[in-house]
Design a protein around this ligand. Structure first.
Ligand code: OTU
Length: 652
């Protein structure tokens, strides 16, 4: 019982709490041989600052922070030797996850390879794509029945028995490490399943666990909160509260009704969730994908997203993790407005102290907008408005993932390019649902708002028009669609960050309707873009001229081209050059004396860029075109670009 713990001083607070705690901890851990004390020393100031912002600095709060530190020390003790030595290796190289060779891949264990053992067998396949980072979608034991693709966790300490065991997971992690691949796993920290033992204990009347969740006797507070709360899944999970029989209370449920939000205002939750997180880290996880981080803190009268406390919590957790397992990275899953998303990388004043990686949702959404509108001005404007990415952190650049695409375009940016925010978002929704005269896309609306703006489901192949082109079979349309498809991927591969491939996209898999026959999935059309891996189709990657071969090789080429190319290191500069043609996107990357110019045409017509419109270091002459590995000569002072084509040029 934490509150019974002996406090370091008689009268609290002392003049210098960090120093007081420091000397107390020095005594407490005095006889340890390892470097845990040194780590605590280093992390304590940040931990204390972030933690007390949330929990205050009274005696009880201090007792809990000591408990949290104790949990970190225990996690360090439990950390297997091989993982500790990985920590040590990484400690010496501060850009260890930022090299140009980094390429990520994300998949569902069952859909990709059946189970964890199956994933081990597919490592050679991943190597063909140059994968260095593997994100396995939620694989911990979920509740039975509907479980939001595993995002309703019943037990953070066991693997879903259909996929394997904790031992299988540890073995897989070790095998991946041997092949130079890092393992990323979800840590669903905003909510547990209603079937989690804590929630069950709450229902059974256990006071400690009832305080783990946000519960309300009547509708009074929920109604007040609802005034300013948006809904995540208004169609199939309306409202943010669920009445629970048995508990006879309303429970905060931001997502599905079976996902109970944890109450991070309770320090017991803070400490206990750290223990769960550290347990997963010690199984060999290199990157914890922290799910739904914007939602961690609630405050009446706000939208309960991206509040300062959510950032402080992440900082506090990171400091604790640096004590237990300093080689483990935090990846923020924050699909929110661009300027809010980047804050999770520390731009709110906490550079190098918050998450190490974040999904680059702003880039993703703007690339899709550019493709639909054949216009890159909004993309350029949005990139221009973002503060620089902190040196210590990295973006994860992706074209598609398992979720819907939210049209998170910043209204001011949209207005700045002379457009109306709602109609622009509506244009995207319509275009990708195929409800626009110029569109060959075959996506679906997800959670439509009264304005007609909806999020979008569908595979990359469906959204780029490649699916329809394949079905209709006109070779010219197929060619154009493959170009569009590869253009999107090339863009994700050249921008500052680590590219992340969504499983099945490397062979352009189509929408999958089998979910409609499964009552557990049928209502949620995000399953349309979660097809099982089609290994027969994947075989065709070695048959010259098939769509699979062209797409797979196109993507593998991107990943090969990144390797060893210093200009694409994350710490390299990224400069977007303004050119007169609204369909052309020009970005320069530069690092350690190397330069690369990526020129892309987002229109269905041929375009050109004049060297006269580029900075003087780029003039007419000959270049090395990296992706085709050929010399490109531009005697007439222009770079000609066929529809949807892209060139990566470097000085010869
Ligand atoms: C995440 O997404 C997951 O990626 C989803 O698959 C889950 O359903 C969900 O959490 C609940 O665990 O709203 O539409 O800003 O955008 O957390 C997907 C973050 C989501 C949210 C994000 C959420």
């Amino acid at each position: 019982n934490a509150s019974d713990r002996e406090l370091p001083v008689e009268s609290w607070p002392p003049d210098d709490p960090v120093e007081t705690l420091r000397s107390f901890l020095r005594d407490r851990y005095a006889d340890r041989q390892d470097d845990v004390l040194e780590r605590i020393d280093r992390q304590l100031p940040v931990l204390w600052e972030a933690y007390t912002e949330v929990y205050g600095d009274d005696r009880e709060a201090v007792a809990w922070v000591l408990e949290a530190i104790e949990a970190a020390v225990e996690a360090f003790e439990d950390r297997p030797e091989q993982l500790r030595s990985l920590d040590d290796d990484r400690a010496g190289v501060d850009d260890w996850f930022q090299g140009s060779e980094e390429v990520g891949y994300m998949c569902y264990v069952d859909l990709f390879a059946g189970d964890l053992e199956g994933v081990r067998e597919k490592i050679p396949y991943l190597k063909e794509l140059g994968v260095t980072y593997l994100h396995l979608m939620p694989l911990l034991e979920p509740r039975e029945g509907r479980n939001d693709g595993g995002y309703a966790v019943k037990d953070y300490r066991s693997v879903d028995p259909d996929l394997g065991t904790m031992a299988d997971l540890r073995e897989l992690a070790a095998d991946l490490h041997e092949e130079g691949i890092r393992l990323a796993l979800d840590f669903v920290m905003n909510h547990t399943a209603r079937e989690h033992e804590w929630a069950q204990a709450a229902i059974e009347g256990d006071d400690r666990f009832r305080d783990f969740y946000l519960t309300y006797e009547d509708r009074e507070l929920p109604d007040q909160y609802e005034q300013t709360l948006p809904e995540v899944f208004p169609d199939f999970a309306p409202g943010n509260f669920t009445y629970v029989d048995g508990l006879e209370k309303w429970v905060w449920t931001s997502f599905y009704d079976f996902q109970w939000d944890l109450d991070y205002a309770n320090p017991d939750v803070f400490v206990q969730m750290f223990r769960e997180m550290a347990h997963l880290a010690n199984a060999g996880t290199d990157v914890l994908r922290l799910d739904a981080v914007p939602f961690l803190w609630k405050e009446l009268g706000t939208d309960c997203r991206n509040l300062d406390e959510a950032h402080w919590l992440l900082r506090a957790y990171r400091a604790l993790m640096r004590i237990a397992a300093p080689g483990v990275l935090f990846k923020a899953e924050a699909i929110v407005a661009p300027e809010e998303t980047i804050k999770y990388l520390g731009t709110g004043g906490f550079e190098g102290q918050e998450c190490d990686i974040a999904y680059n949702a702003p880039l993703m959404a703007h690339l899709w907008h550019a493709l639909a509108s054949e216009n890159t001005r909004l993309l350029e404007r949005a990139l221009d408005q973002l503060p620089p990415t902190p040196e210590e952190a990295s973006w994860l650049n992706y074209v598609r993932c398992h979720d819907d695409i939210g049209w998170g375009l910043d209204s001011e940016d949209v207005r700045a390019v002379g457009q109306d925010p709602v109609s622009t978002r509506k244009f995207c929704s319509d275009y990708y649902a195929g409800d626009h005269p110029d569109s060959d896309a075959e996506g679906y609306r997800f959670q439509e708002e009264p304005t007609g703006v909806a999020r979008t489901s569908g595979t990359a192949a469906a959204l780029t028009g490649l699916q329809n082109a394949r079905i209709e079979g006109d070779p010219e349309d197929v060619d154009a669609a493959i170009q569009r498809y590869l253009l999107m991927h090339a863009s994700a591969f050249v921008m500052q960050g680590m590219p992340l491939l969504y499983s099945g996209d490397e062979i352009a898999q189509l929408n999958d309707f089998s979910y409609l026959n499964n009552p557990i999935k049928a209502e949620d059309n995000r399953w349309v873009h979660r097809p099982p891996m089609d290994w027969d189709a994947a075989e065709r990657r070695s048959e010259q001229g098939t769509v699979e071969q062209r797409v797979f090789d196109g993507i593998a080429r991107l990943s090969e081209a990144r390797e060893g190319r210093a200009a694409l290191h994350h710490r390299g500069e990224e400069t977007v050059h303004d050119v007169p043609d609204d369909s052309v996107f020009v970005v320069e990357r530069a690092f350690e004396g190397e330069r690369l110019l990526a020129v892309s045409n987002f229109s269905g017509e041929s375009r050109a860029v004049a060297f006269a419109d580029l900075p003087e270091q780029w003039d007419a002459g000959s270049y090395h075109e990296v992706l085709r590995d050929e010399t490109a000569v531009y005697p007439d002072s222009r770079i000609l670009l066929e529809p949807y084509s892209y060139r990566w040029l470097e000085p010869t």
